[in-house]
Ligand binder design. Sequence first.
Ligand SMILES: Nc1ncnc2c1ncn2[C@@H]1O[C@H](COP(=O)(O)OP(=O)(O)OP(=O)(O)O)[C@@H](O)[C@H]1O
Ligand SMILES: N[C@@H](CCO)C(=O)O
Length: 322
Amino acid sequence: MAVYTEVSDDDLAAFVAAYDIGDVVSFKGIAEGVENSNYLLATTKARFILTLYEKRVDKGDLPFFLGLMEHLAERGITCPLPVKARDGEALRTLCGRPAAVVTFLDGVSVKKPTPAHCAELGRALGQLHAAGEGFSIRRPNALSVSGWRPLADAAKGRSDVVQSGLDAEIAAELDVLERAFAKLDLPAGVIHADLFPNNVLFLGDRLSGLIDFYFACDDAYAYDVAVCLNSWCFEPDQSFNVTKGRALLEAYHAARPLSDAEIDALPTLARGSAIRFLLTRLVDWLDTPAGALVKKLDPLEYFRKLRFHQQAGSAADYGWRG
Ligand SMILES: Nc1ncnc2c1ncn2[C@@H]1O[C@H](COP(=O)(O)OP(=O)(O)OP(=O)(O)O)[C@@H](O)[C@H]1O
Ligand SMILES: N[C@@H](CCO)C(=O)O
């Protein structure tokens, strides 16, 4: 579910009246997503997504997210474009929550990405990184290496109910990663940081849009590549598909060339990205009450991915041919 805040007809009518987007034709909550309340809003002019930003989104970050989507859309990236109301503001309030209207993108997300989808994704990610250059607002990645220990502490003493020995495994991994990340000095800029298949839309085999920029931040570009290797290139049996990895990396490299340092860092970055999603899923798993409507995501999926990366010797294990 992702409708935490119900919007009444009167509230909606008053809200839409501030825009030049036509009259409401239909308004429907969207089930997918876990962070915010999303509605599909159809008007006499077009379709839009209306998002009410829920508790986990820091209000102070919204100018970054909305400004970034505008910056990227102006540079040819197919991402939602925030729609300004007549007073020139895209960020408004609805039902006591910060809210925005963005353009609707056609397409569907793929459940089982093929190598062709991975190539499309790699190319779009490279283009996204290049297009983000020059964006003026900064947002450090709160879920990078300095954010992992506090998450592990939040789960400490409880994670063994998910898997015996998990606390100790996480602590040992963090010791390794904190040292390894301290040595990295990689090209950085705006990254999406959560470009999972559910946040990428396709029309057939062609990528038609990127959505959900609410984890976007400043970090190493190659970390974003590692997030995608994790979320696009493993099979349901948790084996890594080298053909998909190669398709993703080669298409990315063609759009934004990877340096030798970035390529060498991939196993470390993939481990880091695996622990990031393991930890956020673990804390959510432990903190979400039984019976809550939110779909809980399996932390152990990322523990198994982490195991693979711990064995990876070089980028060749991800399909990189140099
Ligand atoms: N601009 C858009 N165009 C078309 N569909 C969209 C758009 N924005 C969101 N959606 C739809 O709404 C769903 C939820 O959106 P989104 O992923 O942004 O939500 P979220 O609550 O931030 O979720 P999560 O962080 O779990 O991915 C998407 O899966 C997609 O189906
Ligand atoms: N993509 C995240 C969910 C938050 O967007 C995950 O799979 O853990």
